[in-house]
Design a protein around this ligand. Structure first.
Ligand code: EPU
Length: 340
C-alpha cells in the first residue's frame, strides 16, 4: 500500500544536503505503487516529481508536487550468449550495485563507471560518463512509465537521444517519464578502456600491465577517492558544471593567450572540449570558501556544501563562478546538476 506523507523536507534525500519541502511524498517500492501514485496525483491535480539518489540535484524551492522516492530494486540476467550478457536492472538500484554485479561475473562495459553516485534510473537521464566510457556504450533499452498518459513505453538507445551528459529525458521529456528499468548489454570478452591518463598513471604505479576487470574497477575507485569528495563526508553533487565545447577557432585564440589551457576531443567535429575544472581553477576559486559553500580543493569542478548552506548561497556562488569564467575566458559554463 502506498503511503503518502505531507510536507516532507527533502534536504536529507540530496547528496548536496540542500533542500526544501515537498508538499507530498511517497516511497515507490514496487511498480504497482507507481500506478497508485499516478492515480492519486491525477485525482488531486498534482504533478509528480521523481527523486532517484538525489546525487545530481540542487533543490532551490518548495515542490508543490507529489515527490516519489524510487526504491525499485532487482537485477536479473535476461539473455546470455557466449560473447554477451543482457542485464536488466530496476531503476532504484544503486548504480554501483549494478557495476559490482557485472564486475563479479567478469562482464565488461561499465567498470569505468564504478562509483558514479546515484541510481540506475538516473544513469540514462544524464548519460553518465567517466574515464573514457559513457552509459550509452552499453545501453540497450529502458522501460518507463509515462506520467502524462499513464502507460508504459520502451525506449531504444536511438530514442533516448544520448549526448554528452544529456538525453531526451533532460530535454523534451523532462519530468514526463518515471524510468522503471534499464537493460544493458555487457561483454564476456571485454576490451578494457585504459586510455584515460589517470588510469595509465595508476597502472604504472602499481606495476600492472594487463589488468582484469576487478583490478580496473579498483583503480577507478582509487582515482575517484583521490579527487572526488565522498558525499557521505562532504556534501556535494559531483561535477557541478559541464565541460564546455567551443569552436576550434575560439580555442586557438584562447590558446594564444593561455598556452597551458587543457583540452580534449569534443563530441562533434570542429569543436574542442575544455575542462571547466581548469577554467574555474584559473579564476582562483579552487579550495576557497564563500560562507558555507565553495569549489572543492582537489577538483574545482565540484561545488561543496561545507555544512548548512542554503540554496540561495549555493546559487549566488554558481553565478559568481560563471561570471568570473566569462570575464576571464569569454566562456559560459553551464550547470550539469539539475537545478530545481
Ligand atoms: N583540472 C584542473 N583543475 C581542477 C580540475 C581539473 O586543472 O581543479 C584539469 C585536470 O588537470 C585535467 C582536466 O582538467 O587535465 C580534466 O580533469 P578530470 O580528469 O578530473 O576530469 P573532469 O573533466 O574535470 C570529467 C567528468 C567527471 C568524471 C571525470 C573522469 C564532467 C562534467 N565531469 O571531469 O564526472 O568523473 O571527467 O572521467 O564531464 C560527474 O559528472 O559528476 C563527474 C564527476
Amino acid at each position: 500500500m502506498l503511503k503518502i506523507e505531507k510536507q516532507v523536507d527533502l534536504t536529507s534525500y540530496t547528496s548536496l544536503k540542500i533542500g526544501a519541502k515537498a508538499a507530498y511524498f511517497a516511497v515507490i517500492s514496487v511498480e504497482s505503487d507507481l500506478f497508485e501514485a499516478y492515480q492519486w496525483a491525477r485525482a488531486h491535480k498534482l504533478s509528480i516529481f521523481v527523486l532517484g539518489g538525489g546525487s545530481n540535484m540542487l533543490i532551490s524551492k518548495p515542490l508543490k508536487a507529489l515527490v516519489l522516492k524510487n526504491e525499485l530494486k532487482g537485477i536479473r540476467v535476461v539473455k546470455e550468449t557466449t560473447a554477451s550478457a543482457w542485464v536488466e536492472s530496476r531503476s532504484g538500484e544503486w548504480w554501483s550495485t549494478l557495476v559490482n554485479f557485472a564486475v563479479e561475473r567478469n562482464w565488461g562495459g561499465i567498470e569505468n563507471l564504478y562509483y558514479v553516485p546515484g541510481t540506475v534510473g538516473a544513469a540514462p537521464v544524464q548519460n553518465i560518463g567517466a574515464y573514457g566510457v559513457e552509459l550509452k556504450d552499453s545501453f540497450v533499452s529502458l522501460r518507463a512509465y509515462d506520467l502524462q498518459a499513464g502507460k508504459e513505453k520502451i525506449f531504444t538507445a536511438a530514442e533516448c537521444k544520448f549526448a554528452y551528459r544529456d538525453s531526451i529525458f533532460k530535454g523534451k521529456y523532462k519530468g514526463r517519464y518515471f524510468i522503471l528499468s534499464v537493460t544493458l548489454k555487457l561483454s564476456k570478452r571485454p576490451k578494457l578502456k585504459l586510455d584515460y591518463g589517470d588510469i595509465q598513471t595508476k597502472l604504472n604505479e602499481q606495476g600492472i600491465k594487463k589488468p582484469n576487470i576487478r583490478q580496473l574497477a579498483d583503480i577507478i575507485r582509487q582515482i575517484r577517492d583521490s579527487k572526488l569528495p565522498n558525499p557521505a563526508q562532504l556534501a556535494n553533487a559531483g561535477s557541478f558544471f559541464k565541460n564546455p565545447e567551443i569552436s576550434n577557432n575560439a580555442f586557438k585564440k584562447l590558446q594564444g593567450k593561455f598556452p597551458d589551457i587543457k583540452f580534449f576531443p569534443a563530441s562533434k567535429k570542429g569543436l574542442v572540449k575544455v575542462p571547466a575544472g581548469w577554467l574555474i581553477e584559473q579564476t582562483g576559486f579552487k579550495g576557497k570558501h564563500y560562507g558555507k559553500v565553495g569549489m572543492y580543493e582537489k577538483q574545482a569542478l565540484i561545488l561543496v556544501n561545507y555544512g548548512g548552506a542554503s540554496s540561495k548561497q549555493a546559487l549566488a556562488h554558481i553565478a559568481r563562478v560563471q561570471k568570473a569564467v566569462i570575464k576571464k575566458f569569454g566562456i559560459k559554463i553551464e550547470p550539469e546538476v539539475n537545478i530545481i
